[in-house]
Design a protein around this ligand. Structure first.
Ligand SMILES: [Zn+2]
Ligand SMILES: [Zn+2]
Ligand SMILES: [Zn+2]
Ligand SMILES: [Zn+2]
Length: 191
């Protein structure tokens, strides 16, 4: 009796699951609204692969929880420590800064390596001096087009996303500035 009921239940679940995949709809157990599957956050704990609360409900729940913790003067990570920065305790604040800095540095180094790790004009290899530039010198125009202000980490992200376009080259700040000011680097003029 129990086993056949179990099998029946399993059958329904499977049918429901295939319905999710066909009609791509799911009911949020919090707001009870039917939403498309993309409106549910991914979840590894949940069998269906998505969370049972929609994104809006999940975000609201996280937001309220963080707001409550902040109001109590506690770290939003829920570690129970007192606030050090606007949202985090000292430990979590420092961890957050070092990971974002660290991963940014690593990403930049990877991209530099892809482009040859040195200034294409003078051969400067000190990574801190190097920057990404447009071969035909219209970097500012291009950055405006893709919506990136200045160079920096956002440019690194853009290069990775766009699969290292070959119209970009590495220049050191010296050569880059010289080209910007005089249209040509003194290194090129002496050649
Ligand atoms: Zn919802
Ligand atoms: Zn904390
Ligand atoms: Zn150079
Ligand atoms: Zn140069």
């Amino acid at each position: 009796m129990t086993s056949s009921l179990g099998r029946l239940k399993l059958g329904i679940d499977k049918r429901l699951l295939s319905c999710y995949n066909i009609c791509m709809n799911k009911i949020c157990t919090k707001c009870k609204k039917i939403k498309t599957i993309v409106e549910f956050p991914k979840s590894i704990q949940n069998k269906s692969g998505t969370s049972s609360w929609c994104k809006k409900c999940s975000n609201e729940a996280i937001y309220t929880r963080k707001k409550k913790l902040k109001a109590q003067g506690l770290c939003v990570r829920g570690c129970g420590e007192k606030l050090f920065s606007t949202n985090h305790c000292e430990k979590h604040f420092k961890a957050m800064i070092s990971t974002s800095r660290e991963s940014g540095r690593r990403l930049r180094e990877n991209v530099l390596k892809h482009y040859g790790n040195k200034c294409t004009c003078c051969g400067e290899t000190q990574l801190k001096f190097l920057t990404f530039e447009h071969k035909n010198g219209d970097g500012a125009k291009h950055r405006k087009k893709i919506g990136i202000v200045g160079g920096g980490s956002r440019m690194v992200g853009w290069l990775i996303k766009n699969n290292y376009p070959n119209f970009i080259e590495i220049l050191c700040y010296n050569c880059n500035c010289a080209r910007g000011f005089w249209g040509q680097c003194p290194h090129e003029a002496y050649e």
